[in-house]
Design a protein around this ligand. Structure first.
Ligand code: TMP
Ligand code: ASP
Length: 244
């Protein structure tokens, strides 16, 4: 259905994506770029084929979540690096769900990367480039008016449910979903899962070897960055692809 809209002016350009309005006021087109940043933009680079890889993985993940009954902004594929999505107001609260210790959790609590958590950990961060997305709790979110109590509750419930579905989605592709970041948007009073689901926003390890197949290869200069993104696309398409 997304193919019917006509792309118009650019509304927003972020570090990894460009958002365009369309002739339908309720639909935007999201273009995925090859540009990569890390550490709040202090590290910059280009990952060949990343835009197409992230668009493909995002499309498959959102199609899967929709089939599981999760409300998302996804409206369809437009081209190899573009998807159509419902126009939303993005809430300035990022949700992170963790199944395995890695990244900032390992650092903050002095834990070894790779330790399985007894239950998933849900965290919230204030979406602010200037501040470097600091971690916040419900009190901060309410006191600063970043979201309402109801919105926080919905985000938490949806994030944990999405974790169950995405864990299965990636497991079928031979990948362990270590942790991930989600963004939510509001449209006509509905809270929808928005943004993207890709190796830029998820830590994905090979189920058997625990090889990192995500943006940590770029963040930590591990090499084989392009290959890792291509490998995730290949596996997701193999496990979830249908004739398009
Ligand atoms: P962290 O361990 O650095 O806090 O990251 C947790 C998860 O969130 C990890 O899967 C990567 C993702 N993430 C983003 O998508 N954007 C970000 O800006 C950061 C810091 C992490
Ligand atoms: N959002 C972070 C940045 O641009 C990237 C990351 O670590 O995922 O700098």
């Amino acid at each position: 259905m997304g193919g019917a809209v006509v792309k118009k002016g650019r509304i927003y350009e972020g570090k990894a994506k460009v958002v365009y309005e369309t002739d339908d006021p309720s639909t935007v087109i999201i273009e995925f770029k090859d540009d990569a940043t890390a550490f709040d933009g202090k590290k910059r680079g280009t990952i060949g084929g990343k835009g197409e890889a992230c668009a493909a993985i995002t499309a498959r993940a959102f199609e899967y979540l929709e089939s599981c009954g999760i409300a998302t902004h996804y409206r369809g594929w437009i081209s190899r690096r573009e998807i159509a999505a419902r126009r939303v107001r993005i809430l300035p609260v990022e949700a992170v769900v963790r199944n395995v210790v890695a990244g900032s959790l390992a650092k903050r609590l002095g834990l070894e990367e790779g330790l399985s958590l007894r239950e998933p950990v849900f965290e919230t961060y204030y979406k602010s480039d200037e501040l470097g997305d600091p971690m916040v709790n419900d009190y901060h979110i309410l006191a600063l008016g970043l979201a309402t109590r109801e919105e926080i509750a919905v985000i938490e419930r949806m994030s944990l449910e999405i974790n169950r579905h995405l864990t299965e989605f990636f497991d079928k592709a031979g990948l362990r979903l270590v942790d991930f970041k989600l963004e939510f948007g509001v449209a006509d009073g509905d809270i929808l899962l928005a943004d993207e689901i890709s190796p830029d926003t998820c830590r994905l390890w090979d189920k058997e070897s625990l090889t990192k197949l995500d943006k940590d290869r770029f963040r930590r200069d591990l090499g084989g960055v392009e290959e890792a993104y291509q490998e995730v696309v290949r596996r997701v398409e193999l496990a979830h692809g249908m004739a398009r």
